[in-house]
Design a protein. Structure first.
Lengths: 182, 201
């Protein structure tokens, strides 16, 4: 006579049990063997009386190494992507620096040309002014000389014409007074 | 048309450099998720979870979608194994719940299969005999002290000794083994004494 399987019979017995559904975290922790002490008894009771939830736990247990491999692969892929991105960034910065160097020299040359151009233009405009200034200086010198002449002339004039005129220079008055007194 | 590769070399007169297409990372991750999903699908079939009204292909696809979403949400975040495990667990639980709702309308072809995970179809005679044996098993288990009953029932649900030790708070796998073997012997003796015959594990 064939012996009946106890586990098979027990699973059929519990197949219709209305065991409360466990949370995904509890099932994952149970499969991982990291169930919190306060949750342990209740989770163990449910798993012992629910073939479906026991099977999910078995599935998660068998999947554990694949999950670890997947997590490691994803992290590595992300890291490589980040590294490649940073390398691209470095290359772009280097390229922009090179381009920046060339453009800087172009800017310096353009400034130089502009300065020289402006100086040339200015110097060509300044020459007639300089001439007029020179002539003005000459004229001014003449005027000073003339004014001296005038001062001198005023002194002479005031000496000759004594009454009815406003005398402009104090010195001339004194000079004149001294002559008057004498 | 020339096949596209993940990366290709381009030679110019002055230099040679490698162009990495923008979607190569996406393709690589997609390949990883696809391989992982295939494993999930095969395990769902191994444990007969498809017999509970869920489609392993749907679950596999859902797992991949959820993992993608998680990755897109936080690319720099820790994509840990425990997180992946939880994603799988929640996806399977959700699929089973949906299947339960659908099962509210019974399907005529499947009514004799449900509840017999990995078992051959059961005829009416065997069903009657089973029912009797199940009642006897339930009665015998109820007579066994709680301290030994939990390790036995966990063992009957397919848990390994170390898992039983972890779940039942038993100090070691060896201690769990002793509890299980003694408990099973006691159970078999009781069943035999009650006239239910001989049992294997």
């Amino acid at each position: 006579m064939n012996k009946m399987s106890l586990s098979s019979l027990y699973r059929r017995l519990t197949a219709y049990n209305a065991a409360s559904a466990l949370a995904a975290a509890d099932l994952a922790d149970a499969a991982d063997g990291t169930l919190a002490t306060d949750r342990r008894d209740s989770v163990a009771q449910v798993l012992a009386s629910s073939p479906v939830q026991a099977d999910i736990t078995h599935l998660l247990r068998d999947l554990k190494s694949d999950s670890e491999t997947l997590a490691a692969d994803v992290i590595r892929t992300n890291r490589e992507t980040a590294h490649r991105r940073s390398q691209r960034e470095v290359r772009r910065v280097a390229a922009s620096r090179r381009f920046g160097g060339v453009s800087r020299w172009i800017a310096v040359a353009a400034c130089l040309v502009a300065v020289v151009g402006a100086w040339t233009l200015r110097s060509s405009q300044v020459r007639p002014d300089a001439m007029s200034t020179h002539s003005r200086t000459v004229a001014h010198a003449d005027r000073i000389f003339t004014s001296r002449d005038e001062i001198f002339g005023v002194g002479m004039e005031s000496a000759s014409t004594q009454h009815g005129q406003n005398v402009r220079h104090e010195g001339d008055h004194l000079f004149r007074g001294a002559f008057g007194g004498g | 048309m020339r096949p596209t590769s993940a990366s290709e070399s381009i030679a110019t007169p002055n230099r040679r450099f490698t162009v990495i297409p923008a979607d190569s990372v996406h393709a690589r991750l997609e390949a990883l998720f696809r391989a992982y999903g295939a494993k999930v699908q095969s395990l769902l079939l191994t444990y007969g979870l498809d017999k509970h009204g869920i489609d392993p292909a749907d679950v596999e696809q859902e797992v991949r979608i959820r993992l993608w979403r998680a990755l897109e949400r936080d690319r720099s975040g820790a994509f840990s194994a425990s997180y992946i495990q939880r994603v799988v667990a929640s996806t399977v639980i959700d699929a089973l719940r949906r299947a339960e709702v659908r099962a509210a309308e019974p399907l005529p072809d499947e009514d004799d299969e449900s509840g017999s995970l990995g078992e051959a179809p059961i005829g009416p005679e065997r069903r009657a005999g089973d029912s009797e044996h199940m009642q006897g098993l339930a009665r015998c288990l109820a007579e066994i002290p709680e301290r030994r009953r939990l390790p036995i029932t966990l063992h009957l649900q397919g848990f390994a000794l170390q898992e039983i030790a972890d779940l039942a708070g038993i100090p070691s796998a060896e201690a769990a083994r002793k509890l299980v073997s003694r408990g099973l012997e006691e159970l078999k003796i009781r069943l035999r004494e009650m006239g239910y015959g001989e049992f294997d594990e």
